[in-house]
Design a protein around this ligand. Structure first.
Ligand code: PLP
Length: 369
């Protein structure tokens, strides 16, 4: 393999190879109905069925899904919302946008998802909602977390933006919480050709509020019955694209998991921390290692033509826009943030490329750099 040809962290070309986009796109163009039409309606039905819930309310993107979900749960100024600080500030953005106050809890060292014990401690003071992020495609300990949250009177919002299709024997991510958010950003496990998002729930009352909130707070056209509504909609073209891709999601997730399996086998004896699971509860949205000597590791991989990234370099409570330094003690989150490295892991990554990534990573440790 040509070392000069950089292996990317994600390739839309490879991930979308072989899909015919012209038929669904032209179907929408020829219908001349671009917003809130048949495609959106059909996708919402199909996606709700896929997740195993009653309702799907599509919105403009995953971040607005989180924000509208919080509004739908009645979260506002002064309310406490519990979340983790290692998931890229998306939940924090939504919490801040509705004027609420984030309460950060630490993550489990193996899975890097919310630690039940830390959640219990945080809920000594009541909170309105707990946001559980299934990070990197790993299903969190959602049932334990949900029962702790509900015991304290908090609602449960799942952030499934990285975990479409992750499941345990008890169900699929998105079906455990009171409601759940998805993103269809192009790099996600189910990605549109642009922005897109959705909120799912099995509660008819929540679904009804969300339907109004995404469209100006309207109950019917021009009749505003719910405050703080906005315009946040998935469009017909993206819905048509997502309908083509949804039936392929499980197969793509299996492909991602196979790559993760190969990495884990090859790296088993190396001084690195690996993903916690390779089962159906992990859809390998990102393959994240923890290495001690990160800067040298990243530089070596770069020189050898392997792209990497860091998800995420700055914990939420250390972001400089909000002066929270010293307010939260999150040792696992903080330690991990200096060691995380993501390797290429996406459908369409070739066996040759996977083997090359393995060779380069192993060489780094052989050389004892
Ligand atoms: C991508 C992502 C989001 C936001 O989705 P957008 O569609 O990009 O707004 C939210 N949460 C997590 C965990 C994500 O990875």
């Amino acid at each position: 393999m040509d070392a000069k040809q950089q292996i990317p962290l994600f390739s839309a070309v490879a991930a979308n190879a072989g899909i015919d986009f012209s038929e669904p796109l032209m179907r929408v163009v020829n219908r001349h109905w671009y917003i809130m039409g048949e495609e959106v309606k059909a996708f919402e039905r199909e996606f709700a069925d896929y997740v195993g819930v009653e309702h799907c309310i599509s919105v403009a993107n995953g971040s607005e899904a989180l924000e509208i979900a919080l509004l739908g749960m009645g979260v506002g100024p002064g309310d406490r919302v519990v979340t983790v600080a290692n998931a890229g500030f998306y939940s924090s953005t939504a919490i801040r946008a509705v004027g609420a106050e984030p309460v950060y809890v630490d993550v489990d060292d193996r899975s890097l998802t919310m630690c039940p014990e830390s959640l219990k401690q945080a809920l000594a003071q009541p909170a309105k909602v707990v946001i559980v992020t299934h990070l990197y495609g790993q299903l969190a300990e959602i049932q334990t977390l949900a029962s702790i949250a509900r015991e304290s009177g908090a609602a449960v919002l799942e952030d499934c933006a990285q975990s479409h299709g992750a499941r345990s024997e008890q169900g699929q991510c998105g079906a455990f919480g009171d409601l759940a958010c998805f993103s269809f950003y192009p790099t996600k496990n189910l990605g549109a050709l642009g922005d897109g998002g959705a909120i799912v729930t099995s509660s008819p009352e929540i679904a009804e509020r969300l339907l109004k909130l995404r469209q100006y707070g309207w109950a019917t056209k021009y009749h505003v019955t719910v405050p703080l509504g906005r315009n946040s909609r998935l469009d017909e073209m993206q819905a048509a694209i997502l309908r083509v891709k949804l039936p392929l999601l499980d197969q793509w997730n299996a492909e991602r998991r196979d790559i993760a399996k190969k990495y884990c086998e090859a790296f088993a004896a190396l001084p690195v921390k690996l993903p916690a699971s390779l089962g159906d509860d992990f859809v390998a949205h990102l393959f994240v290692l923890r290495v001690e000597n990160r800067a040298a590791f990243i530089q070596y991989l770069k020189d050898q033509g392997v792209s990497t990234d860091i998800h995420y370099p700055v914990p939420d409570h250390w972001q400089t826009a909000y002066k929270l330094n010293g307010t939260f003690d999150l040792p696992v989150t903080e330690t991990a943030s200096s060691k995380l490295v993501s390797l290429p892991c996406f459908p369409g990554l070739t066996t040759e490329q996977v083997n090359r990534v393995i060779e380069v990573v192993c060489n780094f440790f052989k050389q004892g750099v």
